[in-house]
Structure formats: structure tokens, C-alpha cells
Design a protein around this ligand. Sequence first.
Ligand code: ADP
Ligand code: MG
Length: 608
Amino acid sequence: MFKTKGEDVEEAKQLFKKLKIYSLLDLALIIPSSYNDTTLSTNFQLGKVGTYEATVKDVSVIGGKLRVNFILKPSGRYLSSTFFRTAPYHHKLFTVGSHHYIQGRLEEFRGYLQMSQPKSVKEVGKITPKYKTVLKESEIRALIECYINEQNLYNEGLDSKEVATLMRIHFPKSIDELYENGTYKNEIVAVMKFIEAYNHLKKLKGKRIDFPSLHALHGKIEPFVKSLPFTLTQEQQNVIAQIKQDLAREDRAAKRMVVGDVGSGKTMVILASVMMALPYKSILMAPTSLLALQLYEEACKYLPKEVKVSLVMQGRNKGDYREADFIIGTHALLYKEDLPDAALVMIDEQHRFGTQQRQGLEVLASKGGAKRAHIIQFSATPIPRTQAMMDSALLDVSLITTTPFEKDITTQTISKTDFPDLLTHIKEEIAEDHQVLIIYPLVEESSEVPYQSLDESRGFWESKFEHVYVTHGKDKEKEEVLLEFREKGNILLATTVVEVGISLPRLTLIVIVGAERLGLATLHQLRGRVGRNGLKSWCYLYSHAPANERLIQFSKTTNGFDIAKLDLKFRNSGDILDGTIQSGQKFRWLDMAEDEEIIQKAKNRLGK
Ligand code: ADP
Ligand code: MG
């Protein structure tokens, strides 16, 4: 259908578009939802669909229903069948003495074989795959027949077992070689998982575009590392070593993402990278003025004195950025026309930037025409290791999964009956000059949410405690409220959307109302607000369903990477989430929570 003429190829392209597929393996991975098997049955399997050779013995109409009795070959047994929905052609088709291959579910009633509404099939011995797609059966089948063949599959880099498996799925010789107990056999599933991972990685890899770097960077980090008041953790050292390799390349500018939980020590990795870039310049963009300022202060504190650091923010600068070795700033950097060219461009907390700002950074990095600055991004949103492996086809990914200090946070689910104890605990913390954060699901009352809102409960807290502050995502005075709370507050009432940009070192207790309604990533972010300064802290998950398995599992770990993995597991099991987590790639066969080994194998096949 598609091979012969040019316009047929065009037609095939249109169909690919309709199917939203982009590679040959995408097509191969569209598998039949069922098979129509017209292989003649060799025995009588009751309850199963079978195909039998038969001759019509007699025909009658009883109560409006067509009744046809057959004699089966070669056994000579009788089989009676009833047609509940008849059309004129049924009467023409099943005339006495006519010969058929009938197909239907075989039953037995009082010793008589029966089949209701059998089909008369024209050709026996054929297994026809049935595809459920947006295309017509004939169209999808034509595509498969045209493109799915051994040669094309080998060309995609599959091995003989994988090719054979796909060929069996699309062109089966028997159903038994595919199915066991009505589902695909384990060995087939294993191969399909691999092909799915391999296809995904291959497509991503095809999208990666690399440029030569402006400069190969070889600056020494030892003076900086030796001067630190602590030893870098093994993971910090590993990431720094990876970056060292990236930056030393001239043929390819670095494109790396460093993912590490809040407090995992990413700033040290940033500073080490600045050292490697010397004598060339580095730029770092941060999402808020407060963060930029904090990074500036840390850079001044930890980098050797001869490294010139400057800060660029809207309206105010520190140091002369035209002279600096290391320029730190907010997105105000993107609008500075006389910003010097940098050999290394970094972005901190990249998850908090919009796409546009990230693209702005790409522009900063591509001032050198065909050559590009090295780019390193930092993210504090832990992702499952499997996701990192997948993403790394597009850009290199490093994970920092441990923190230099274990935070001491006790997490517990509580419900209504625990409320008096909670009040006591809150009073104790406040008496210690610590602070409390209470997160409500909504600002205003809603019949859809079975918990109190911020507005409904503030009166209660204000009557019981002094220095209660209230803010939420849409609050215009949020920054001021937070700053004032940091100095004077006891209790802060807020909603989940509140972005606490500043660190609140005295915060030791957080209550999350209606916790089961939130995704694990959100809960993790919220819990990360307490215990910033190593103070013993508590996270109470207030819920009408305190036995919620997700909450219980969450209570057992504070490691963001474990939580990302847990999140995947619960997502697979269909738990409802609040949508704050990026919805990952959906796979038909692969289980991102379990199939790390298979993804690794697919990566190895594709090579570096
Ligand atoms: P992140 O940016 O990943 O959230 P930071 O870089 O701000 O984390 O580090 C958190 C804290 O840990 C900082 O006070 C930092 O000085 C400290 N720190 C970083 N690395 C180490 C280390 N190897 N040993 C001890 N403390 C460290
Ligand atoms: Mg940081």
C-alpha cells in the first residue's frame, strides 16, 4: 500500500502524524489489543472461542430467532446455534447443506454443543491482530505490514531476540507463543520493557544538540577545597569530578543538571565550578533577590580573596560586574547589555524559573556564536533515579542524594483526637522561642474540602496565641509578613502555595492540614521548611484518614530521592494526587519505580 509510489509515502506520513508517532519503534510498540485466530480447533474446548468446520443440517425460526443446526467435521457431532440479531443475509448464508467455517464461543447444554451467534469465516488458519488506534483497522494494519519487518527492526539496533519478539507480536504464528493465562508471557513483557526504554532514550538522544565550548577550563580547585571548614561529602566530590571532566572539553560545551535536596550542599559545587573556570568568568542566576544575596555572601566567605565577586539585582548592585570573575544575580542579569562574556553559566534552583527565563540563560551562554559557554543547572526537586537515567540522554544528570547533616525531623500522622496534644506541643515549642507553621488547604471555606480553611481557623489561633501571622500565595504583602514573622512571630498560618523564599531558622514545628490530599513532593517541600538550623523538629500530618499508607510511608523517610521513588510507586497504584508533581512520561510496559536495570541496559546499548 505505501511502498510503491511517492504519494503513498506522503499518505503514510499523514497517518504517522495522526498516530502521533515519530520513530519506527513507536510504530512497532503499538501492539494489538487482541487477535482474531481462525486456526481450526482440533478439540472441543468449552467456554473458549474456537473455529470449526461445519455443514448446515437444518434451519428454523423460533419466536423470531433464527436457529441453525450444524454437523461438525470431522467428528460428526451436532451443534446448535441461535442468532438473536439476524439480518436477511443470515438466512441466505446458512442454507441447508451449505458448508462453513464457524467461529464462536463453544458451550454445552444437556450434552449438546451450542454456539450463539457464530460467525462464518472465509479463511482458516490465520491469526489477525486487532489494533485499537485512531486509524481505521486497514490503515494501521497496512502501516505495520509495510514498515515492521526484520530488516527495519535490526536497523534500529535491536538484537535477534527483540526482533523476533516484535515479529511474533505483529505477525503471530500461534497465540500460545504470546499469551499465558490471557496476558502476554513474562519473557515477552521483559523484551517489550527494554524496547520501550531503548526507543525513548534513542529519541531523546536524537534531540540533543551539542556545541563546541568557548574555552576548555582547567582552573585549580585545591586552594578553595583546602580552605573549607569541612570536608566535602563523597557525593559532592563525585559531582565536582564529573563537572571537571565536562569543563575540560573543547569539542562539547557542558550541559549538566545537578539534582540535590535542599541542604545537600550544592553551593559548594557551584563555588568549585567557579574555581575551575578561572581565569575565565562565571555567571550564576538565582530565582530571588534573597537567594542571590545569600549566594553572594557565601561566595565572598568561601572563595579565595583574589576571586572578584559581584552581585546584580534590579536597582542595586554590589561590586563592578564588568570587572568580576564571578557574577551572581537575579533574572536582572538577562537585561544587562554590558554583561561580560562568561565561559561558565549556571542557574540555581532552576525548577523555580519559567521556561522563558531559562531560555534567556541559553542566550547568555550563546554569545560566542558557534561556540557556547558551559551550562550547569542546579535543582532541588529530587527525581527518581530512573527518571534521571532517562533524562540524561538529553542532558547529563548528577544526583546528590545525601545531605552533610541528617535533619532531625519526626513526622507523624495525627487526627482530631490528637488535637489537645498538638496544642500542648505547640505551646512548648513557642515557650522555647521556636516557631510554628500551620498549612491549610484553602484560603476560603469550600464544600469540596472537608477541612477548615485559613479564614475559618485564624480566629481560633488568634484567640489562643499571641503573634499569629497569616499569609497565602496571592497575598500582596507576603514578603513583609514573612519578614515580620521571622523576627516576632509565634505561629504562621499559610496555604501550600506560599513560597517561603527566606529561611526561618527558628521554625521547628509544621502542621499540614488535610495532608492526604497533597502529593508527596509537595509534602516533602513543606516539611523541608522546618529544622533548617539542625534544631530538633516535628512535622504533623493532620488527616481524617491517618491510616493512609502514603502518609505512613512518607513519615518513615526524609530523603527526597526515596520519596520521589515512593511517589512513583503510589502513582502507579493509581493514588490521587494534587497535580503539583510534573507528570512523568507514561509507559505501557516500563515501571519507572522498578525497572532501573532495564533502563541501564538500554542506555548501555545506546552508548555514550
Ligand atoms: P543546597 O543549596 O543544596 O540546598 P547549601 O549549599 O546551601 O545546600 O548547603 C547547606 C548547608 O550545608 C550550608 O550551610 C553549607 O555551608 C553546609 N555544607 C555544605 N557542604 C557541607 C559539607 N560537606 N560538610 C558540612 N557542611 C556542609
Ligand atoms: Mg542552594
